[in-house]
Design a protein around this ligand. Structure first.
Ligand code: COA
Ligand code: AMP
Length: 637
């Protein structure tokens, strides 16, 4: 193939075309889809904070994902392979079978009054019904709001009140290696806590889990019964700009942000990215080891593989311990995956359990061409180790819930380029990435700064925050006019490779899960013995970062530090969720602050990670910093 001989040129030409003629470029890509009404215009942009891709097009993404392939004769091709080590089950759904399941559930939802524009909250583990529920909601032109299974009732309640869904679709539980997570008590508690009340609750009763609907609310409906007794319905054509889903993500405050994704732009980005970034063609297999609760799961477990006519593998299990560190390799080999994609924390867990890669050698990995990583920076050690034991290209790529698909990647299908350890490679066509200083001025190659993307964002990326246009503007667009602020810092080298170094805000990344320190702080601050707290993310060898709470006690507190830590750990688990992996509490006499009262989190982090730090000029009381440095536990990696 010609492009493999001159990849840099091919990459550059494609990138430049997408930058110079974005409308022609994306309109051309849109031709690969089967539209209800073909768009004649690519973009409607107000030059500021609103952009709409394919404003006069009409389609339904589930038609692209299912009906189109059945119409083209892919009926018997596997669409979804569910591989559950937790239940020892493997189920394959062909395109025809998946279409039938989705269309029937959509029929059931319509019978329950769900229509275009209604919201439906989905709280399910990694089971096929989660994907079927998402597609069924979308098929009606309704909007799904998936809530990760590791979240506690309060987080579900927040999403109920924010999105005001007409229905909730849940499972009765999820299976973690050490325990069964009972979902129904969480759903019941969340509904009791929320102001907004859903009209309908539909429950997938997993045979492996005992909880029955009647124990919680006899009016809740049974998923299987609803699906099997309803007639299939057609996909509802909607405007390309109609919202497909809201996905909440952590911001700097305790209230999560509901990122809005549309039907048309997302379908086009999905269709383009699967062959060009992941090098996967129709009929080939993608194994993305994430969770449907996260953006990676939304795009590359659910929508993109199907929109691209590929087969998606949905895996219920962990990278290690279920039963061993060869779990991912077994799944990839058994189902003939062309690619695998997970987070660095998962690869580190495999390395810790199997440092010499013995498990890899047990399987025929000949079909696998690339190993992808995202969710946090792939550290160089893990990058080199993974390359060495597998002999395959290890491809870090960088993206966010907000963008929905990669901002920077090595485009393995379009034009594979040399890989550099520590870098997710180059900006993906459509993303005009730059680095600016705090004044918004571009910096020289190699100089660290704020990573920004020139507006408008490409198809598939966020188009706003649900119900919060002002927050959308302030969070992403206000700091550097004309640019989207990613919240990440880093630099671009002389070859145009992006290096992402960290966040410029208070968002932390624990085992590939993005958490807001503000949310954790608000939970901890509710404890009666806590006068004040700051949570910071410190380096962790396995999880990338872990949250540590620095707590100042109230004057009348009468509790030992050990007891307080125990109570706070239990409280975070109950009010936020186990996924925070919160275990560490440090009692200090005061928190270092600026004169305007802002807690100096970054300075605190540098101190506890053992770096030499000078007191910032804005500090209120340098003595507090000195005392903090003496009292705080060190977390040097
Ligand atoms: N439902 C309920 N609880 C969950 C859960 C879920 N879906 N996922 C995780 N948890 C729980 C875990 O059981 C654990 O509980 P514990 O404290 O009782 O042990 C806790 O939350 C912390 O989980 P985690 O930090 O994820 O550790 P883990 O040992 O369960 O798993 C990894 C480790 C590496 C497998 C996991 O973190 C992972 O897959 N991370 C990748 C995340 C990802 O896909 N990010 C998206 C970008 S690719
Ligand atoms: P999320 O929205 O949960 O996908 O988290 C997005 C954030 O994770 C980004 O803003 C980055 O801080 C971080 N991130 C994701 N992928 C990478 C990567 N490949 N390299 C560095 N940071 C990453």
């Amino acid at each position: 193939m010609v492009h493999r001989q001159a990849p840099a040129t091919t990459y550059r030409a494609t990138f430049d075309r997408a930058r110079q003629e974005p409308e022609a470029f994306w309109l051309e890509q849109a031709q690969t889809l089967d539209w209800h009404t073909k768009p004649t215009t690519a973009l409607d942009y107000d030059g500021q904070s609103q952009w709409k891709w394919f404003p006069d097009g009409q389609l339904n993404i589930t038609y692209q994902a299912l009906d189109r392939w059945v119409a083209e004769g892919r009926n018997d091709q596997p669409a979804l392979i569910w591989d559950s080590v937790m239940t020892q089950q493997k189920i394959t759904y062909t395109y025809a079978q998946l279409l039938d399941q989705v269309a029937r559930l959509a029929g059931a939802l319509r019978n329950q009054g769900i229509e275009r524009g209604d919201r439906v909250l989905i709280y399910m583990p990694m089971i096929p019904e989660a994907l079927i529920a998402m597609l069924a909601v979308a098929r009606l032109g309704a909007i799904h709001v998936v809530t990760f299974g590791g979240f506690a009732p309060k987080e579900i309640a927040t999403r109920l009140d924010d999105a005001k869904p007409k229905a909730v679709i849940a499972a009765n539980g999820g299976l973690e290696p050490s325990r069964t997570v009972r979902y129904l008590p969480n759903v019941a508690e969340a509904i009791a806590m929320a102001t907004h009340q859903p009209e309908v609750v539909i429950v997938k009763q997993r045979g492996e889990i005992d909880d029955r609907i009647a124990e919680f609310d006899a009016s809740w409906l049974d998923f299987d019964e609803q699906r099997s007794t309803s007639e299939p319905v057609d996909a509802v054509p909607v405007a390309a700009t109609d919202p497909l889903y809201f996905l909440h993500t952590s911001g700097t405050t305790s209230k999560p942000k509901a990122v809005i994704r549309d039907h048309g732009g997302y379908a086009v980005a999905a269709a383009w990215s699967v062959p060009n970034i992941y090098d996967v063609a129709p009929g080939e297999v993608m194994f993305v080891a994430s969770d449907v609760g996260w953006v990676v799961g939304h795009t590359y477990i659910v929508y993109a593989p199907l929109v691209a006519g590929a087969t998606t593998v949905m895996y219920e299990g962990k990278p290690v311990g279920t039963p061993d560190a060869g779990a991912f390799w077994r799944v990839a080999a058994e189902h003939g995956a062309k690619m695998i994609f997970s987070a660095p924390t998962a690869y580190r867990a495999i390395r810790a359990a199997d440092p010499t890669g013995e498990q890899w050698k047990r399987y025929d990995m000949s079909k696998l061409t690339n190993i992808f990583s995202a969710g946090e920076r792939l550290d160089e050690d893990t990058y080199h180790w993974l390359g060495k034991i597998t002999g395959k290209p290890v491809v870090d790529h960088w993206w966010q819930t907000e963008t929905g698909w990669p901002i920077a990647a090595n485009l393995r299908g379009l034009a594979p380029m040399p890989l550099k350890a520590g870098s997710p490679s180059v900006p993906v066509p459509g993303y005009d990435v730059g680095v600016v200083n705090p004044l918004g001025e571009p910096v020289e190659p190699g100089t660290e700064g704020n990573i920004v993307i020139k507006l408008p964002l490409p198809p598939g990326a966020m188009v706003g925050l649900y119900g919060e246009p002002e927050r959308f503007h302030l969070s992403y667009l206000a700091a550097f006019p004309g640019y989207y602020e990613t919240g990440d810092t880093g630099y671009i080298d002389d070859d145009g490779y992006v290096f992402v170094l960290g966040r410029s805000d208070d968002v932390i990344n624990v085992a590939g899960h993005r958490l807001s320190t503000g949310t954790l702080e608000s939970v901890i601050a509710e404890h009666p013995a806590v006068a004040e707290t700051a949570v910071i993310g410190v380096n962790d060898g396995l999880k990338g970062q872990k949250p540590v709470a620095y707590v100042v006690l109230t004057a009348d507190a009468n509790i030992s530090p050990e007891q307080l830590a125990k109570e706070l750990v239990a409280k975070v688990r109950k009010d936020f969720g186990a996924v925070a992996a919160f275990r560490d509490v440090d009692v200090v006499s005061a928190l270092p602050k600026t004169r305007s009262g802002k807690i100096l989190r970054r300075t605190m982090r540098s101190i506890v990670e053992g770096e030499d730090v000078a007191a910032p000029a804005t500090i209120d009381d340098a003595g507090v910093l000195d005392t903090f440095a003496v009292q705080a536990t060190r977390w040097e990696s």
